[in-house]
Design a protein around this ligand. Structure first.
Ligand SMILES: [Zn+2]
Length: 249
């Protein structure tokens, strides 16, 4: 059965779903960044496809809050602007999910988060999954909220600063570059392209097949942020294949 015309999935729904997925793969990097000096230029940003079961940051936060009332205890240093960002990502994820679930007529929506420090990824993922059933007004309302959130995350992780290294081995060139002639190097770097586009470029000796590359920038294969979730899955699948080969040999 065809959906009614104003509920047809379209490029906007696809793009928003890809942006929600990109936030999901960046979430662990945001969580890491709350420890001062951890992410942000000083180390490679990680794209994660695994849901880490229990992140330790909640425990650290609780210790931090306790330290406020117990002067003898040294507080755990925490980047408070990142913690603000984390609670905002959760709040926006829940708001977007609630609107999408309502517009898509989800019978049993996800319950609200247990706390302001909960993991937003279930809401991001569930919202992305239902976007193709949502009317255009809801999509148009969600687009600027998501764009603003993505921009804040990109700023917080210093993604817009040229040259941030991504901790992943490129599945196409296998990390082969003049700096790592036997492969296995981190050849992906984040770059800010004209038009506020943030993209990953591969600086290895890299020629992916056309269907696997978003676009090219100065002769380098280039994947804009909307493709990062897909990119992270490709890198994870290649890593699993390498691990299997290592075990077999
Ligand atoms: Zn490559």
């Amino acid at each position: 059965m065809r959906p009614p015309p104003d509920r047809e999935p379209g490029p906007l729904a696809d793009r928003l779903a890809a942006e929600l997925d990109a936030l999901t793969v960046l979430w662990p990097a945001i969580v890491e960044a709350r420890v001062p000096g951890s992410a942000r230029r000083t180390r490679a940003v990680e794209l994660s496809v695994q849901a880490r079961e229990e992140l330790d940051w909640l425990a650290r936060m609780e210790r931090h809050e306790r330290a406020d009332v117990a002067p003898g205890e040294a507080p755990v240093p925490i980047e408070l602007d990142i913690v603000d960002l984390m609670t905002d990502v959760l709040a926006d994820a829940v708001m977007l999910y609630d609107a999408v679930a309502e517009a898509a007529g989800v019978a049993e929506p996800l319950p609200p988060p247990s706390s302001g420090l909960a993991d937003p990824r279930p809401y991001l993922g569930a919202a992305a999954f239902r976007l193709d059933r949502v009317d255009r007004q809801t999509l148009a309302w969600a687009a600027p909220i998501l764009r603003g959130l993505t921009a804040r995350v990109a700023r917080a992780l210093a993604l817009a600063d040229d040259g941030q290294v991504v901790a992943a081995v490129c599945p196409w060139c296998h990390g082969l570059s003049p700096q790592s002639p036997t492969g296995g190097g981190y050849t992906w770097k984040v770059h800010a392209l004209p038009g506020d586009q943030i993209a990953i470029l591969c600086w290895g000796l890299c020629e992916p097949p056309l269907r696997d590359v978003g676009t090219w920038w100065r002769g380098k294969p280039c994947w804009p942020m909307q493709q990062w979730a897909w990119l992270a899955r490709q890198a994870a699948a290649a890593e699993q294949r390498r691990a299997r080969t290592r075990r077999a040999s």
